[in-house]
Design a protein around this ligand. Structure first.
Ligand code: PBG
Ligand code: ZN
Length: 327
């Protein structure tokens, strides 16, 4: 800063109105996607042990929750299913009477002005907790993709607005796009979990969805946390296959990846602030070791600053409350 004292960067920080004027990034409720867990049974609302404030809902309670979310002005939810029965090939995932298919129909019958996004993977539905069909201990790619297409099409038939494949099998975006088009769903967008790391931050989600793999891990399909160039290859391959929105997951520890992928592709970008990120902020907040509300807002503004256009976050409702209070 050779030109000091002529140049003084603090001039634009001295009062709140100036700070508002020059602020580069904003977080609004339009940026938020709220993840919801749906389970079998009636009148169920179970708090998830490692995710305070997040619940598993039965379909009746889920519909009420969605009505509340829509009334708050949050534009979208993403649904995760916990089926009553799991089997080797995750049949509930693509059954017309599967937990998600029934949930979508129930929401669509009651709630307007809410986008219903569905997560497409098999790990919540398989007895072994893996994201695909097994041969011994190998997760078979192409056989799994066939089932993912069935799952995606059945979600669209039930009324899903956006399809979000999270499995990380090769070629699944193209196959799902073709499946949707052939079944008359040309206008249903694909939000691809394009850059999904094999992350320790998914721990609480696996409690919530009861989807911890019975043996091994997800490193044969999810990305190595040490890689960054590979994120571009993953992102570009999904763009070429027809993805409409690209996701990076997790978010907080991967801000560099969000920025790189955004700059390289120019695509609409989502980032997933995952269960472990939520749990850590909640836990430290509970202990009074950090100011939970402040860190929540900071974490989300940072994800937008890195280049995300939208954020999947368990904090969505809390954020809207803060934004409404402070406006
Ligand atoms: C399913 C899926 C997972 C998450 C989203 N979709 C779990 C996993 O890959 O093990 C994690 C979300 C979170 O941690 O909040 N494949
Ligand atoms: Zn999975």
């Amino acid at each position: 800063m050779a030109d000091f004292p002529v140049k003084r960067l603090r001039r634009l920080r001295y009062n709140p109105l100036v700070r508002d004027l020059v602020r580069e990034t904003s977080l609004t409720k339009n940026d938020l996607i709220y993840p919801l867990f749906v389970t079998y049974g009636v009148n169920v609302k179970e708090e998830i042990r490692s995710m305070p404030g997040v619940f598993r809902f039965s379909i009746d309670n889920l519909v009420n929750e969605c009505a509340e979310v829509a009334a708050m002005g949050i534009p979208a939810v993403i649904l995760f299913g916990i089926p009553e029965e799991k089997d080797e090939v995750g049949s509930d995932a693509y059954s017309e009477t599967g937990i998600i298919q029934r949930a979508i129909r129930a929401i669509k019958a009651e709630v307007k002005n809410l986008l219903v996004i569905t997560d497409v993977c098999l790990c919540e539905y398989t007895s072994h907790g893996h994201c695909g069909v097994l041969h011994g201990e190998e997760i078979l790619n192409d056989e799994t993709v066939e089932l993912l297409v069935k799952e995606a099409v059945s979600h669209a038939k039930a009324g899903a607005d956006i399809i979000a494949p999270s499995d990380m099998m090769d070629g699944r975006v193209a196959a799902i796009r073709r499946g949707l088009d052939e079944n008359g769903f040309r206008n249903i967008p694909v939000l691809s979990y394009a850059v999904k790391y094999a992350s320790g931050y998914y721990g609480p989600f696996r409690d919530a969805a009861d989807s911890t793999p019975a043996f091994g891990d997800r490193r044969s399909h999810q990305m190595d946390v040490a890689n960054s160039d590979e994120a571009l290859r993953e992102a570009f391959s999904d763009v070429e296959e027809g993805a409409d929105i690209i996701m990076v997951k997790p978010a907080g520890a991967y801000l560099d990846i969000i920025r790189r992928v955004k700059d390289a592709t120019g695509m609409p970008m989502a980032a997933y602030q995952v269960s472990g990120e939520y749990a850590m902020i909640k836990a430290a907040g509970k202990m009074d070791w950090i100011d939970e509300e402040r860190v929540m807002m900071e974490s989300l503004v940072s994800i937008k600053r890195a280049g995300a256009d939208m954020i999947l976050t368990y904090f969505a409702k809390d954020v809207v409350k803060v934004l409404e209070r402070d406006k």
